[in-house]
Design a protein around this ligand. Structure first.
Ligand code: HEM
Length: 428
């Protein structure tokens, strides 16, 4: 007898857990003491810290044993990210690029990256996103989720809110029809693509073909949506509307190209925001003084978002490859060497952040690396930040929000794509 299909939310949780497990490997759930030790002993470390812990690493997704160096200091990582000419991004496509026809902005370099980014970025700029806070983000967060959860007095914030709300918000901004099944199918396929890289060959034999099917299913689903939008002839102030009107190289994008871009954005847009929300809530619930501080003074919400993203980032590692012979401090890095940039380690570098382990909302600002930095800095960061701010504001309205003692305390885990498995809470 075939198994009954999973509830769409349970399916999303299952896919999300597959990603967490893949990126946790055998590393300690709390990697920060290890980062501290390594940063002190060998801040420019030979080898790949992720691979060493059986975590798929974008420095060498294909496991070719390409020479790799891991950087752990803030100043070195900042310098690499600021120099995209000598430190190239194409290796980022090695992992799941094949599942999405290599249409990944993160994996483009030089002029190709500049022109695509220039064409795509307008709807993601801060000014545009600010217009969405009261018209789209807050109504989604409040009406579709928090107001419905409130009478229950309890929830798994990951399953019932953190997973579905960013997807619902960004899909509405894309200009997609409101259809629950469509939304959860696309979200699950996007997670399956991200889950493709696995270090266990037996698991990879399942996840890689699954990701190819998922990538194709995404395209096949998106293309008719794009065509139907164009056929309606009514251009709205959303992402699809923008992509249909923007000029690129003296022409407009075709429907097929737009479907490819949207698929690329879907990979970046859902899970990362979910995990950042989850890591923020776990840290605040573990630090009730900080939670009270921001509850009493809501003007601290933006700082709480940034500080929790610094202290425990979900995108804890990114990678580049040396375009020519390079040097980092005293270390010579030959052309063709991949560098794994441990954002997790950089974010707790005491040379940059005083008392780095402390959750300190009024911490003096430094350029945040948790969205990357430089030319490839996250194109969706203003959307993500707006979502996280609205979500935190809503959570602070739940009186006496606390961990549910009937469940184990959540643990944020993973060397990349860090996140907890569930966040069971109660409120009065
Ligand atoms: C809190 C949530 C998010 C986090 C932590 C995050 C993190 C990142 C990071 C670290 C990078 C840089 C990768 C690199 O330099 O190799 C990046 C790039 C990118 N992100 Fe995000 N992201 C988030 C949300 C979003 C959202 C909501 C979208 C889209 C709506 C998005 C779209 C992109 C795109 C398109 C790029 C590639 C930019 C480029 O290469 O020029 N991200 N993100």
């Amino acid at each position: 007898m075939s198994k009954p299909p999973l509830d769409p939310l349970d399916q999303m949780v299952a896919d999300y857990s597959l990603v967490t497990n893949g990126y946790a490997g055998n590393a300690p759930a709390n990697p920060y003491p290890m980062f501290e030790e390594l940063r002190g002993k060998c801040p420019v470390m030979n080898g790949d810290l992720l691979k060493k812990h059986q975590v798929p690493s974008m420095a060498d997704y294909m496991m070719t044993d390409r020479p790799t160096v891991t950087l752990l200091r803030y100043k070195d990582i900042h310098k690499v990210l600021m120099n995209p000419k000598d430190w190239l991004s194409y290796i980022v496509g090695d992992g799941f690029g094949a599942a999405v026809d290599n249409m990944l902005l993160t994996a483009m370099d030089g002029e190709e990256h500049e022109t695509f980014r220039a064409a795509l970025q307008k709807p993601f700029m801060r000014k545009e996103i600010q217009k969405l806070v009261d018209t789209l983000i807050r109504p989604v967060v409040m009406n579709e989720f928090v107001n419905k959860l409130r009478p229950n007095g309890k929830a798994d914030l990951l399953r019932e809110f953190g997973l579905p709300f960013p997807i619902r918000a960004i899909y509405a901004y894309f200009g997609f029809p409101h259809d629950e099944d469509l939304l959860s199918n696309l979200a699950s396929w996007a997670i399956k693509v991200v889950a493709a890289p696995q270090t266990d060959p037996e698991l990879a034999a399942i996840t890689v073909p699954q990701s190819m099917v998922a990538g194709q299913s995404m395209f096949d689903t998106l293309l008719p949506i794009v065509k139907a939008y164009r056929a309606r002839g009514e251009m709205r102030a959303d992402i699809l509307g923008h992509m249909m009107q923007v000029e690129y190289d003296g022409r407009h994008f075709t429907d097929e190209e737009i479907a490819l871009f949207i698929r690329m954005l879907l990979l970046a847009a859902g899970e990362t925001t979910t995990r950042s929300f989850a890591n923020m809530m776990v840290q605040l619930l573990e630090n009730p003084d900080a939670m009270e501080e921001v509850r009493a003074d809501r003007s601290l919400i933006p700082k709480a978002v940034i500080e929790t993203m610094r202290r425990d980032p979900t995108a804890a590692a990114v990678a580049r490859i040396a375009a020519r012979d390079m040097e980092i401090g005293e270390h010579k890095i030959p052309k063709g060497t991949a560098v794994l940039l441990s954002i997790g380690a950089a974010n707790r570098d005491p040379e940059t952040y005083e008392d780095p382990d402390r959750l300190w909302l009024k911490r003096p600002m430094r350029p945040l690396l948790s969205f990357g930095f430089g030319r490839h800095m996250c194109m969706g960061m203003h959307m993500a930040i707006a979502e996280l701010e609205v979500a935190l504001d809503a959570m602070l309205d739940l009186p006496n929000l606390r961990f549910d003692p009937d469940y184990p305390k959540p643990e944020i885990r993973g060397l990349n794509l860090r996140g907890p498995d569930a966040i069971h809470v109660l409120w009065d």
